[in-house]
Write a protein that binds this ligand. Structure first.
Ligand code: ZN
Length: 116
């Protein structure tokens, strides 16, 4: 009882605090543990380039930037936008079309895709 903590241990309340440690209430299964750890090793998604607008998109999925899939318009991207947003979006799309092939070639590189 020579240590400075010895006096505190005599007090009943302090004893409870000093000896209560965080203890798991229930055992977690291997399955649960493995499911948690599976997310640690997530890989970056494989991306392709949209033929219409040149933005990186997931394969077999409609491009959310321009709403096209396999050269067909599936989603009307401008429908839900306000008048101001519509104008900005249309200008952006025009600019992308004007730039053409050079932008597409650049975005194919992994460095370009990872930056976006
Ligand atoms: Zn697109």
């Amino acid at each position: 009882m020579s240590s400075p903590l010895a006096n505190e241990i005599e007090d009943e309340n302090v004893v409870l605090v000093a000896y209560s440690m965080a203890v798991p209430k229930q055992r977690h299964t291997k399955s649960r543990r493995n499911k948690r750890r599976a997310n640690i090793f997530l890989k970056s998604p494989v991306l392709t380039v949209c033929k219409k607008c040149g933005k990186p998109v997931l394969p077999h999925i409609v491009c959310l930037n321009c709403g096209y899939y396999k050269g067909v318009e599936v989603i009307d991207v401008l429908k839900k936008l306000t008048k101001k947003e519509k104008k900005a979006k249309q200008q952006e799309m025009k600019a992308q079309q004007a730039e053409g092939g050079t932008e597409k070639e650049k975005s194919l590189s992994w460095e370009g895709l990872s930056k976006r």
